[in-house]
Design a protein around this ligand. Structure first.
Ligand code: HEM
Length: 140
């Protein structure tokens, strides 16, 4: 059921670029910088145990990825951060990321938020910020 709802959110929001959030309520609801750190660490840990996508992360600088993800989630949640990483198109170019890879990563993120006790409506607000990036991340 969760998978179905997630799929619907992803489908509905794919392709709609979003302006930055009006306030920092999502940032606060995610537990600010420390909470976002825990979510990203948890997501990367889940990815490390996810046979569907773990191979893709074997040869990269995981520390850099963690730092850039924290910055990016912070910005997307309306927090006081600056994203200093590459664009989504640049960083995923040539990786042949598929829709199912994308959904697997989002599932690993949701599982990390579950572990952190983030309420589902708050989870959905973060997912809704990331879903529009799908078009840049996956291969066409
Ligand atoms: C909403 C979905 C996603 C978001 C928000 C996202 C975000 C990011 C960010 C912020 C970076 C770092 C860019 C930098 O180093 O400057 C990155 C890199 C990377 N992403 Fe994603 N990503 C997403 C989906 C995926 C998926 C589905 C995969 C593969 C299953 C993937 C694989 C990678 C890999 C391997 C890198 C490292 C590339 C490198 O260092 O050469 N990403 N991503």
């Amino acid at each position: 059921m969760r998978g179905l709802k997630l799929l619907l959110v992803v489908l509905l929001l794919a392709g709609c670029a979003q302006p930055p959030p009006k306030d920092d309520s999502l940032y606060r609801d995610l537990g600010e910088r420390a909470g976002i750190n825990r979510i990203v660490e948890g997501m990367l840990l889940n990815i490390a145990h996810d046979p569907r996508i773990v191979e893709r992360f074997r040869k990269i600088d995981i520390q850099r990825l963690r730092d850039k993800l924290v910055e990016q989630f912070c910005v997307e949640a309306g927090g006081p951060c600056v994203y200093t990483g590459d664009t989504m198109a640049e960083s995923h170019k040539g990786q042949n990321v598929s829709r199912s890879d994308f959904n697997a990563l989002v599932e690993d993120l949701i599982a990390a938020m579950d572990t952190q006790g983030i309420p589902v409506p708050v989870q959905n607000r973060l997912i809704a910020r990331l879903a529009p990036m799908r078009g840049e991340v996956i291969q066409h």
